[in-house]
Design a protein around this ligand. Structure first.
Ligand SMILES: Nc1ncnc2c1ncn2[C@@H]1O[C@H](COP(=O)(O)OP(=O)(O)OP(=O)(O)O)[C@@H](O)[C@H]1O
Length: 453
């Protein structure tokens, strides 16, 4: 790949990701090589590489493809530090602590904030309402009521999003405050750099001068003794000065193996809240919110009824995967110029759907539906066309399509050897009825909940 091609891709990204994202995340990337379908880029930090990979990786692959480069994977690597390879000031992302703008870039301790991660774009549901409320409270500023705020939860459930939202809000309320957000990995990177360059005093001074410190994915420092030691001292110094600290991790403090007991107990001193795995309603809410953006970007694409519900049912792994699926679906539909239907979603997201398959079986669906409508199981698969039997059968077919990864012909076979067009007709009919008939909508909801329970 030539630098020119990368230039084209960057220009296209500039149009789609927004100015701040472009300056913070894309501009610092430096193309390194393209071998065997793997494009490698230099990034200033691993943290940044992970971030770009997570948030823009698919888009970069897609745009490279559009520009004639067959790329199946992108990798981001931090170049070995030497004075000649060090990032120039313009390559270093804008730090979270804008108050430090006059210091030398290498001294800035913060990581860039993602402008998309605000309270407005955070969808609140039962699983995350407590974490959201706590984050809102901290974002109001004022006297520190709990220190630290410790947010934990599984991968991709919104911890980073909430931390950035707090930082944005605090910065807009009091721009003079020095709010520093960084990952634990970045904290370690800075610490090691300070050790290597014999600038420990500067490091300590810098971290002790922040007003609000946010450290993401703190489990990363488990087992790293010197980093933990330094983290512990930084933590204590800030708490002593009544400065707010916000920490995130993938598990509760007590469960982080390799973390010193004194740190665990310090982390438990404030408010510990967890983000629970998402439920169907939250996933659907998030999809509905995200789709607004895609509808603008791909204004010519039609999104069929039921697709978002289908994704919310089937992809429960985490929100990042859910978002990735939606992005891929829109990009794919735009590439092939097709309407976004359930069939297209099943084709284009087959790997994601397989990975997050809930393993609800057609047998289970048929049993639940026959119990619900009080008809015999044999009648669901039998030939009778009486409305009182045919309708529950169509409902069972619809649920089989929504909640399993079976194809229409397979579903047809399991419903007494029916043709796939019969199944298709049944699914369509139920989709229409769901909009017109409240009783049917309620039945579907009840059945879905009991199948997913
Ligand atoms: N409730 C929510 N509303 C809107 N978007 C959300 C929500 N929860 C998560 N997301 C989105 O999901 C993606 C992953 O979230 P985030 O990076 O905050 O997860 P995380 O919990 O920090 O994950 P990790 O453990 O991998 O660091 C982000 O794009 C974020 O905006």
């Amino acid at each position: 790949m030539t630098d020119e091609t990368w230039g084209h891709v960057r220009a296209e990204l500039q149009k789609t990701v927004g100015k701040n994202n472009y300056v913070n995340w894309i501009e610092p990337l430096e193309f390194s090589s393209l071998r065997n379908g793997v494009a490698t880029f230099f990034v200033p930090t691993n943290f940044m590489g992970n971030w770009v990979s997570r948030n823009f990786g698919e888009q970069i692959i897609h745009l490279l493809g559009k520009n004639g480069e067959a790329v199946s994977r992108v990798e981001f690597t931090v170049p070995a530090i030497s004075s000649s390879r060090k990032a120039s000031p313009s390559q270093v992302p804008t730090p979270a602590n804008s108050a430090e703008g006059t210091k030398e870039d290498s001294e800035l301790p913060g990581a860039p904030l993602d402008n998309r991660f605000t309270f407005d774009s955070f969808v609140v549901g039962k699983p995350n309402e407590l974490a959201h409320a706590a984050a809102k409270r901290v974002a109001e500023g004022g006297p520190v009521t709990f220190n630290p705020l410790f947010l934990y939860g599984g991968v991709g459930l919104g911890k980073t999003h909430l931390m950035h939202a707090i930082a944005h809000e605090l910065q807009s309320r009091s721009p003079q405050q020095n709010v520093v957000y960084l990952s634990a990995e970045q904290f370690m990177y800075r610490f090691v750099q300070a050790l290597r360059e014999r600038k420990m005093m500067d490091f300590k001074e810098l971290f002790r001068s922040v007003d609000i410190l946010m450290v993401d994915d703190v489990q990363f420092i488990a087992g790293k003794d010197s980093t933990q030691e330094e983290f512990f001292h930084t933590f204590n110094a800030l708490v002593d000065q009544n400065k707010q600290i916000i920490i995130s991790a993938d598990r509760a403090p007590g469960e982080i193996k390799g973390l010193e007991d004194r740190i665990k107990s310090r982390l438990q001193c404030g408010l510990v809240v967890d983000l629970h795995p998402t439920d169907y309603e939250l996933r659907l809410g998030i999809l509905q919110q995200k789709v607004v953006h895609y509808r603008k970007q791909y204004s010519d694409l039609v999104l069929a009824n039921g697709v978002l519900e289908f994704l919310a049912h089937r992809i429960s792994t985490n929100v990042r995967v859910l978002e990735g699926a939606l992005m891929r679906l829109f990009a794919f539909a735009s590439l092939v110029g097709k309407e976004i239907t359930l069939d297209l979603a099943q084709d284009c997201l087959a790997d994601i759907l397989r990975a997050s398959d809930r393993k609800i079986t057609i047998d289970e669906i048929q049993r639940k539906v026959s119990e619900h409508y009080n008809i015999r199981l044999s009648e669901i698969i039998g030939p009778r066309r009486l409305r009182t039997i045919a309708r529950p059968r169509q409902i069972a077919m619809y649920l089989a399509k929504q909640l399993t990864s079976r194809s229409l012909p397979e579903i047809g076979r399991r419903f007494g050897g029916r043709d796939h067009t019969t199944v298709m007709h049944g699914v369509k009919r139920v989709e229409e009825l769901k909009m017109l008939d409240n009783q049917i909508a309620e039945d579907l909801e009840l059945l879905r909940r009991s199948l997913e329970a």
